[in-house]
Write a new protein. Structure first.
Length: 569
């Protein structure tokens, strides 16, 4: 993976603290270029990709990989290109990367268009600080850890914090396909250099679309696969990871190991994953866990994530990565394929948009989206105290954030929904989260189906090839129909979620009541203790599937809050 980090001004001790916080991402020591004006550091990856270069006072540092560089990253051409074209040179780059540029009193940051890698930046006492993970910025002694009130409502509603703002004040995440500049003591608004949703539709027959998908997927996979390194496959039993396995088979890759994970007493999807593994010829292993194992790893996941992980599968990915890292250094995942090519999560909001279910007021599209997020959108007013809700504008934090994406205008609603999911859910949740779950064990994740060429294809092709008559991922299914078993093509694998009534189990219920105790909630002043107690005390016959998810969001936020504020759990 590697890492880049730095800040305006110079301070050797601060760079050492940041390097220590990010040491799991590479091979110390970090290489540093410092001046009175600014400092940039690069922590080398275990591969030869990424790097740092300085010439005549200008510095470029890059973490990740450019696909034009098969063996190693060549930094000198990047510096020459920057001098010739300015920041526009990033339009020519293709890969999974983040980079920083120091140029006199200016610091520029850039993130790849798909968001396969990410970077954060913050302000502290007029000092600009950046790093590939929040923990790198927070390693700066004295950085204010002030909760952003609106972020709590966003997390409960979306299941993550969407957009460039984060859980903390004065800490931001750069959106995919954007640059940001710090100059003359201030941060300029981020600038977009790639926007998928503005791509125009193209006309060609279905067979041509299938052939192009297979060709581009093959290119993306070839570009991401490291030369001479050990690789494996997370095989969930879903279509995305199955398609990647099928492409490996088509390329003649032999003896690729694959893994799947599930709960011991409710192993959803494992049987389907096993059948797919047998069909495509991977050396497959299953990992079964107990609820007790899940709970024991929660603290570690919170620390690795740097934010509340809204998706419970993050814990499973963390545990799976620990096992996988014993055998391989790179892991392929189907991350993001449902966002690009249509997924079941889109169906509820599409149905509400097309057929009703919500009053068609001025923000009914935004309300439909939020109602389909499997969060606590409708319950936020009752879960949060009036005092906390008074600290932010509810509309601006929730519906208003979505309006720029979903407002009426040219293009289909499905494409608007895809663009929203790709930029927000992909760029600010799925991709950063899986990178940190795998990276915690020095494992590098690869997501070929979220490559920018495939994202472009998903907007150029007809929307009917994403979702049609209630079936999703139409083009993916048809393009790989000859390489996958019928069960993979006809059925969607169940998501990695909790077993039924998870928080009603003895050890789980005890854990939840400990973390969400009346005393601690009242002391924090964010949640209604009585309302939370009602959720914890629901009789078994009244428990709905969404209650497990709502309790998960409350628990993970509270665990993260205490850790970030250094409170006792």
């Amino acid at each position: 993976m590697g890492a880049i980090f730095g800040f305006s001004g110079w301070s050797g001790k601060k760079s050492r603290a940041m390097a220590d916080a990010l040491s799991h991402r590479g091979t110390p020591p970090a290489r540093t270029h410092a001046s009175i004006r600014s400092t940039a550091c690069w922590l080398p990856a275990r591969s030869n990709h990424g790097g740092i270069i300085e010439h005549r006072g200008q510095v470029i540092a890059l973490a990740g990989r450019l696909y034009t560089d098969q063996q190693k990253t060549h930094m000198a051409p990047l510096l020459r290109s920057y001098r010739e074209k300015g920041l526009d040179f990033v339009r020519d780059l293709q890969g999974a990367y983040v980079l920083s540029i120091l140029d006199e009193d200016r610091i520029h940051l850039a993130r790849d268009p798909s968001g396969l890698r990410t970077i954060y930046y913050g302000l502290y006492n007029d000092r600009f600080i950046f790093a590939v993970e929040p923990k790198g910025v927070l390693a700066w002694t004295g950085f204010a850890r002030d909760l952003r009130p609106a972020a709590v409502a966003q997390y409960l509603s979306f299941g993550f914090v969407p957009g460039m703002e984060t859980m903390l004040e004065n800490l931001w995440e750069l959106p995919p396909g954007h640059t940001v500049t710090f100059a003359q003591g201030r941060i300029e608004p981020p600038s977009c250099f790639t926007s998928f949703h503005q791509i125009k539709k193209e006309e060609q027959n279905e067979q041509a679309w299938e052939a192009e998908l297979v060709s581009l997927h093959g290119q993306a996979l070839a570009d991401q696969l490291p030369n001479g390194e050990t690789i494996g496959l997370f095989l969930s039993g879903g279509l995305g990871s199955s398609v990647i396995g099928a492409e490996l088979l088509r390329k003649g890759e032999q003896h690729i190991p694959s893994w799947s994970i599930g709960f011991e007493d409710e192993p959803k999807g494992l049987e389907q994953a096993k059948k797919i593994a047998h069909h495509i010829g991977t050396e497959h292993q299953e990992i079964l866990i107990r609820p007790k194992d899940f709970l024991e790893n929660l603290d570690k996941v919170i620390l690795a994530a740097d934010e509340p992980p809204g998706d419970p599968s993050a814990v499973l990915m963390y545990m799976l990565s620990e096992k996988v890292a014993e055998d391989v250094r790179y892991i392929l995942t189907g991350t993001g394929n449902t966002l690009a090519f249509g997924g079941r999560h889109m169906l509820p909001v599409l149905l509400r948009h097309w057929y009703g279910g919500l009053e068609h007021g001025p923000f009914f599209r935004e309300q439909a989206y939020l109602s389909s997020c499997n969060g606590a959108y409708s319950l936020v007013p009752t879960l949060l105290t009036p005092e906390w809700r008074s600290l932010y504008n509810t509309h601006d934090a929730l519906e208003g954030l979505l309006t720029p994406f979903l407002q009426p205008g040219p293009g289909s609603f499905l494409d608007k929904l895809s663009a929203t999911n790709i930029l927000l859910k992909g760029g600010h949740m799925q991709l950063p989260l899986i990178e940190r779950m795998t990276g915690a064990h020095r494992l590098t994740s690869l997501a070929p189906l979220f490559d920018e060429r495939l994202l472009s294809l998903s907007f150029r092709m007809p929307s009917i090839l994403k979702i049609n008559q209630g079936r999703e991922k139409i083009l993916l299914r048809r393009a790989y129909s000859s390489l996958l078993p019928q069960n993979a093509l006809e059925h969607s694998a169940p998501s990695l979620a909790f077993p039924a009534r998870f928080w009603q189990r003895k050890e789980c219920k005890k854990y939840a009541r400990k973390i969400l105790s009346r005393r601690s909630l009242k002391q924090a002043g964010i949640f209604h203790p009585e309302r939370i107690n009602d959720l914890l005390s629901l009789p078994t016959e009244q428990i709905q599937p969404q209650h497990d998810q709502i309790l998960w969001l409350l628990l993970t936020f509270e665990l993260w809050r205490r850790k970030i504020l250094n409170e006792k759990t």
